[in-house]
Design a protein around this ligand. Structure first.
Ligand code: HEC
Length: 86
């Protein structure tokens, strides 16, 4: 019986750790465009710098790469406004 209780506590603390590590939503929401750009836009190719494309081109590239990178609207908007320099 003791063993079962110990096992139960072990499993519960393990799953508590698992759940807490799956809740970074607030941190993601707090990330800046520069941070998101650095973390996402160099996964498949070198991250393009802001002077490589114009203010008119970035939103188009953003919507294109949003699909490729699996980013949310919010994340892409932040990255695009960072790259537009505003
Ligand atoms: C999942 C992989 C992947 C990620 C992540 C990714 N890209 Fe790309 N990107 C590509 C591929 C593949 C191409 C070339 C083929 C194409 O254009 O479809 C490309 C092309 C580009 C180009 C060339 C012009 C164009 O639109 O084709 C730019 C600029 C670009 N990416 C910017 C970005 C930015 C900014 C991010 C971050 C938001 C990003 N990429 C994230 C895969 C990715």
């Amino acid at each position: 019986m003791k063993k079962i209780i110990i096992l139960f506590i072990f499993v519960m603390s393990g799953s508590a750790m698992l759940f807490s590590s799956c809740a970074p939503t607030k941190e993601i929401a707090d990330k800046s465009g520069a941070q998101l750009w650095g973390e996402n836009c160099n996964r498949c190719h070198n991250a393009p710098s802001m002077d490589q494309y114009s203010k008119e081109q970035w939103p188009i590239i953003g919507s294109h790469m949003k699909l490729k990178a699996g980013l949310t609207d919010d994340e892409v908007n932040k990255i695009v406004s960072f790259l537009k320099g505003s």
